[in-house]
Design a protein around this ligand. Sequence first.
Ligand SMILES: Cc1cc2nc3c(=O)[nH]c(=O)nc-3n(C[C@H](O)[C@H](O)[C@H](O)COP(=O)(O)OP(=O)(O)OC[C@H]3O[C@@H](n4cnc5c(N)ncnc54)[C@H](O)[C@@H]3O)c2cc1C
Length: 401
Amino acid sequence: MDLKSNEPFWLLKNGIINSYPSLQTDQFCDVLIIGGGITGSLMAHQCIKEGYNTILIDKREIANGSSSATTSMLQYEIDVPLYELIELIGENGAVMSYKACYDSIDTLNEICKDIKSKAGFKKKKSLYFAAFKKDVEWLKKEFEAREKGNFPVQWMEAEEINTQYKIPTSYGGILSSQGGSVDAFQLVHELLAYNVKKGLKVYDKTEMISVQYRKGDNIVELKSGAKIKCKKIVYCVGYESTNLIKEKFVDLLSTYAIVSEVNEKLTNVYRDILLWNTANPYLYMRTTDDHRMLIGGEDDEFYNPKLRDKILTKKAKILEKKFEKNFPDFKFLTDFAWTGTFGSTKDGLPYIGPHKDFKNSYFVLGFGGNGITFSVIGMEMLSNWLKNEKHELSQYFKFGR
Ligand SMILES: Cc1cc2nc3c(=O)[nH]c(=O)nc-3n(C[C@H](O)[C@H](O)[C@H](O)COP(=O)(O)OP(=O)(O)OC[C@H]3O[C@@H](n4cnc5c(N)ncnc54)[C@H](O)[C@@H]3O)c2cc1C
């Protein structure tokens, strides 16, 4: 599956940080993690911390799947608004899911401090603004649901937003104090390098092609012909999980991102805030720590890498225009543009848990605009599963829900 096209900004900015050997000989371990993106690296961090003999493999170079294409906004706000999620799964599950995403931003902050990360983790506020007058009614409903759930939010009127953030097109919005951003590509490399020193084994260009699921263990066959015998498998294969799992559980989309030239005047205004609007598809943006503006959006409801690549230039122009319409004080000069695969689930929640067709195995699939925060939640859920303990979110994130 083709997960991205044109080289994303993060790959060019960081270059090759670390490269690992491919696996050519048989191995055994307690836990095998398949997938070396942000999800796999966080799961590896958890497993090593808990003393499991752990191997991580990836068929590409490390962090060359979706984790190289991400805009890495860390939001507790799920793609489905809280009030709608309450209608879908009940108040308990909805508030618990939002709360877990909220806490995961602080957890990621702590992890970054622990490993002395230089990936630019930064706590930021988040402004969710109405793109159309008709959206104000439901956005106010959302504001009330958040207040009731004890999330620290403030309603901002259109004039206030315009004075503070120079957005004359908004009709009001919800300002949240919890949010963040990070260079996910760099963080993946840092997490793996940190854990390799503690015993993690990492192999890239190492593809799992089949698995014999046995009673007490699994035999994983690799493209190289080598085998890995392991007690547990953790699938962190992102959107390529759709090649493994028979039933349809996620809609694959195409999404687009552009990053501006360095512009301190622009980024000074938006340095501490994530911005996204209520349009469908929504427009989302943030600054990078090297003073660029990063915008994503223009999602298409299809997964077709060839077509997606063809229209990238057109999509980049549309994103630029949308930016300049919303932020008329600034000109957006695009330095890099790329496109990638995105996924959307029926309730905006991830799929984290075991699957009936895969023995001794656990999936951590954080989809949507919160993919990264969902992956952080997956660390604790995986930890519980490995100890045979229940997790309160399992019922909301499970397959077949
Ligand atoms: C343009 C764009 C913007 C986004 N913006 C945001 C955002 O602002 N905030 C947010 O939270 N999320 C965002 N996302 C989503 C986020 O990028 C993903 O949720 C996240 O990167 C998924 O990480 P992952 O590790 O699960 O998957 P990936 O990074 O795709 O890693 C999966 C890995 O599994 C490997 N693999 C697959 N099959 C095999 C196999 N058989 N054998 C070995 N290895 C295998 C792949 O090579 C790949 O490296 C965005 C995504 C895109 C494309």
